[in-house]
Design a protein around this ligand. Sequence first.
Ligand code: HEC
Ligand code: HEC
Ligand code: HEC
Ligand code: HEC
Ligand code: HEC
Length: 427
Amino acid sequence: MKNKINKGVLLGLLVGWVGVFTTAAATPLHHISAETCKSCHKEIYKQWKQSMHANSSAMKDPIHATFYKKVVGDPTKEGVKHKASGKYPVCLQCHAPNAAKDKTTKLDAMAAYSEGVNCIVCHTLKKYKGIQKPDGKLQLGLKAYEWSKDAAQGPGRHSNVGLQKLAAAGDVFGGGAMEDDSKPNPHLGEPVTMDGKEIPSIPMESNPKLMKTSDACMGCHDQRNNPHGVPLCQTGNEYMLSDSRVNCLSCHMPINDGLADHTMGGGHNNSILQRSVVFDVSTKKVDNKVLTTVYLKNPQPHSLPTGAPFRNIYMKLAAYDAEGNKIWENAEGHPGKKDPQAYFVYALADEKGNPAMPPTAKQLGKDTRLKPHEERTLVYEIPAKGVKLVRGELYYNLLWPVLNEKFKHLPEDLKAPQLIAAAESSI
Ligand code: HEC
Ligand code: HEC
Ligand code: HEC
Ligand code: HEC
Ligand code: HEC
């Protein structure tokens, strides 16, 4: 009996030691899953997990996956190519950067690939080179950066520990004071154990010039063109035009409970959408008309809506009688055709100027979105008879109506218009 226990303990120790050495030596930083970071950074993990960064790969985002399968192929197969270029799919440089580091396309091979833009993707970006190569071609996503294989990058609040290390050299307890009471720190050069889990060494460097500026975002969010050179997303260009000095982090990573918030909401997040616009309706009765003025202002240093070209917003305006019956409206259903001024969208076109899909568009169509910081007023004359109240509602949509029709397989919540603002005026 005694003998058996000893063997077990011995074996356990052996496995333990081998475990420590192999994980410490053999885990490249970019294979570390967000689940590992979660052991200690629980709040940030929770915020990240509900963000589109955690859902950016074709394994997780149904809208991205629909396009990816069409223009590339199966995200669980090795060796698939971007059909139009015959090359390694550029999508992965932004949507699954850890896979791009290994030049693999089999995204289910490990968590660090299918997790898309996970912790270590952003926290190993070292220097932003810009998305323009010297020859004028674009270098996108990871390719716009120098990234580190050896050390994670932090904003500097907890990673300037040189002085503490020097002071600890004369400390008989070997610097135990550098660890926080609630959790050990794996960023000081040694692997640690947390809740019985082996955590590999994750060295940390202070890099405020990247981590505290828009450089941390621009490689993936500046601009992306389709194979015909037509810009699909261009949040970066919009921002440059706005001449703003406010960086992306001030809105997208506010301090929340003492920590930089990692929710990074956009079109999929109703809370940030609700603060994306100033919307008001005012009325004046003139003779037998209600003269109605709708006011919109975009407070952002980028367009509203920004991002993927199929994002759009429309406005519904209606007049009601004393019983709350609708007696007038700017358009029945979607106002795109009947009241184009109430539709804010970025259209893509073919050679002839007809609407086109992102992968095949040959030129930009009309851009009726609100430009950075733009104020716009829309004027309506409503027949006054019986009108007691005029109400406007703004709806945000992830996709163009034609895509909502086409993508029958998508979950309804991704296709449902989201109310982001309402305003009323009584007569
Ligand atoms: C899209 C890029 C991005 C992703 C993904 C990301 N981070 Fe961050 N993180 C940042 C930036 C930028 C900062 C610096 C914010 C600042 O200080 O202004 C930061 C700050 C931090 C901080 C310091 C917080 C503070 O306020 O002191 C911690 C800890 C952290 N991140 C952990 C994580 C973990 C854990 C994950 C994954 C669950 C993660 N990050 C995912 C970009 C990212
Ligand atoms: C075993 C616990 C543990 C794990 C696992 C862990 N960290 Fe940390 N991390 C810490 C501690 C302790 C600090 C010091 C600040 C604090 O108490 O939060 C810290 C600080 C940080 C900071 C702030 C650095 C700065 O410059 O202010 C970042 C960024 C960070 N960790 C990222 C990560 C990422 C990314 C992972 C996963 C790859 C990770 N951490 C895994 C314990 C951990
Ligand atoms: C490595 C590339 C990369 C970096 C760096 C990056 N992002 Fe992202 N981001 C993405 C991708 C890819 C998506 C979209 C995923 C999807 O919808 O499939 C995304 C989504 C977003 C969204 C949400 C869009 C939506 O549809 O809801 C916001 C907001 C955002 N990022 C802000 C930021 C900010 C702010 C930074 C800098 C701190 C940043 N990102 C850094 C790649 C990146
Ligand atoms: C003044 C606050 C503010 C600043 C500064 C700001 N944003 Fe935004 N951003 C928003 C709001 C609000 C939304 C939601 C409405 C929209 O889509 O325009 C948004 C939406 C987004 C989206 C979502 C697009 C999508 O497809 O869903 C991305 C990506 C984004 N911003 C990136 C950035 C980047 C990159 C920067 C820095 C260059 C930046 N933002 C600066 C407030 C801001
Ligand atoms: C330069 C980085 C980058 C590259 C390269 C890239 N994307 Fe994206 N993609 C983004 C970002 C950032 C977002 C989300 C924010 C936005 O809308 O701007 C996004 C959003 C999307 C969306 C909308 C997802 C949603 O949830 O609504 C689709 C679809 C998409 N990308 C498809 C692709 C495909 C297919 C490829 C490759 C042919 C590709 N992307 C290449 C950065 C990139």
